[in-house]
Write a protein that binds this ligand. Structure first.
Ligand SMILES: *Cc1c(COP(=O)(O)O)cnc(C)c1O
Length: 429
């Protein structure tokens, strides 16, 4: 006899709201105060000169970041979204060029190419890891492909070394959206540093943060320079540097403030501890349900370090005999905060469905015969509609006691699933 589910009138497993994740402490407060007292809150000038590359704290932060991740250049920016745009500029995306992207990511990934008239080409994900399917990437490369933009989703590296080899063979670039993967690694090498460019996020919801912020990394001098230029009104500085091509060197203001950089330095010092705590929690959740038929905890690919920006489990409705929606409702009643489906596959956004991005006339979609109709990526569709369920490990601070309760809630719902009331068709997403 299983315990009575909360959805059927039983006692919820988790009684209190989970406290929110908080990576910020006294170190950040002291660092910010020091910058405030200096009076210099940003060290940039938007023209060529000693201050073109930012103030002392920004540069110190960049050096620390480059050292930590073992790369030649770190370019701090005001968000990963800006960083992705800077990366697209640097790799030379031109109108009509194709950029291979996964449909399962934060929307900023697939919008970045559009900034330079690039055309996102959606390639499906692998069902076990939720990252780009390597064979389908290979098949999708055409003479128009400029770059692959891979996402290390939920903190697990995409097949980065193989993607890099493929990119090099075909004479194209590999850019990594590593917003969710600080310290993730494949074969001992940091995610974000295997592609030609890697982009990290420092927004509030990530493992470590500066409120808003991001960092682009690369070992390539010219790519680094281009990202530095685009970050800070390239047009004013372009005559002072040696560049093979000035394509895309149109300026933005993607600059990070001295305050954010000071917070970044303090946060970087904690990244090991913060990431390790997310891994410990995720392992506890995975181990807690590994024996339950119908739930598949996240698979960690051989040779990879997964840093669990989110813990994503798969739900097999046929094995369970109930729908994911029913499981989700029952978990909610138990007090287990979670999401289902992650994001709707991104080609379903109006920008692709209506083929209207820049301006009124459909640029850049007029430059391509690519269409975004129907279920372009069936695996992503399935994850979205029926299989994926996630716990956002960087949203809550989970004590050991609470972790045990999260596992207990999953086990209780699994055991009592036959008693979950059916969800009427009109209520289903
Ligand atoms: C958070 C996130 C972004 C955007 O990061 P910002 O710093 O908020 O601009 C991009 N891609 C992925 C995969 C993300 O998770």
């Amino acid at each position: 006899m299983s315990e009575r589910l909360a959805i059927a009138g039983g006692r919820p497993t988790i009684q209190a709201e989970l406290p929110l994740y908080n990576a910020v402490g006294e170190d950040e407060i002291a660092a910010v105060e020091k910058v405030m007292r200096s009076g210099c809150l940003s060290g940039y000038y938007g023209s060529w000169g000693p201050q073109f590359l930012g103030g002392p704290v920004v540069q110190q932060f960049e050096s620390a970041w480059a050292r930590r991740f073992g790369v030649k250049h770190a370019v701090a920016v005001n968000s990963a979204t800006s960083g992705l745009v800077a990366a697209m500029a640097a790799v030379g995306v031109s109108p009509g060029d194709e950029v291979i992207v996964p449909p399962y990511s934060m929307s900023a990934t697939v919008m970045a190419p559009l900034a330079f008239g690039g055309v996102p080409v959606f390639v499906d994900i692998d069902a076990d890891t939720f990252t780009l399917d390597l064979d389908q990437v290979r098949a999708a490369i055409t003479p128009k492909t400029r770059t692959i933009l891979a996402v290390n989703l939920f903190g697990q590296p995409a097949r980065l070394h193989e993607l890099r080899r493929l990119a090099d063979e075909r004479g194209i670039f590999l850019v990594e959206d590593n917003a969710q993967g600080p310290l993730a690694a494949e074969d001992g090498r940091s995610a974000g540093t295997i592609g030609h460019v890697g982009v990290f996020s420092l927004n509030y919801h990530k493992h470590i943060h500066t409120g808003e912020g991001g960092v682009c990394v690369t070992d390539d001098d010219e790519l680094a320079l281009k990202m530095q230029l685009v970050r800070n009104h390239a047009e004013n500085a372009i005559e002072h540097v040696k560049l093979g091509s000035i394509a895309n060197m149109v300026g933005h203001n993607f600059r990070m403030t001295e305050i954010a950089a000071a917070i970044g330095i303090a946060q970087l010092a904690k990244v090991d501890e913060r990431v390790a705590a997310r891994e410990t929690l995720a392992r506890r959740l995975s181990d807690g349900i590994r024996d339950l038929e119908g739930f598949t905890p996240p698979l960690v690919r051989g040779g990879c370090r997964h840093v669990y920006y989110a813990w994503a489990t798969r739900v097999d409705e046929a094995t369970l005999g109930v729908t994911r929606e029913q499981i989700s409702r029952a978990l909610e009643a138990e007090g287990f905060p979670h999401g289902v489906g992650y994001v709707r596959p991104l080609y379903r956004l109006p920008v692709f469905q209506r083929r209207i991005a820049i301006g009124r006339d459909g640029f850049p979609f007029g430059l391509t015969t690519r269409r975004y109709e129907g279920p372009v990526c069936p695996v992503a569709e399935r994850m979205y509609a029926r299989e994926l369920m996630l716990f956002e490990t960087c949203t809550y601070e989970v004590s050991e006691d609470t972790a045990e309760k999260l596992v207990a809630a999953l086990r209780k719902v699994h055991a009592g699933r036959a008693h979950i009331p059916a969800v009427s068709a009109s209520e289903v997403r």
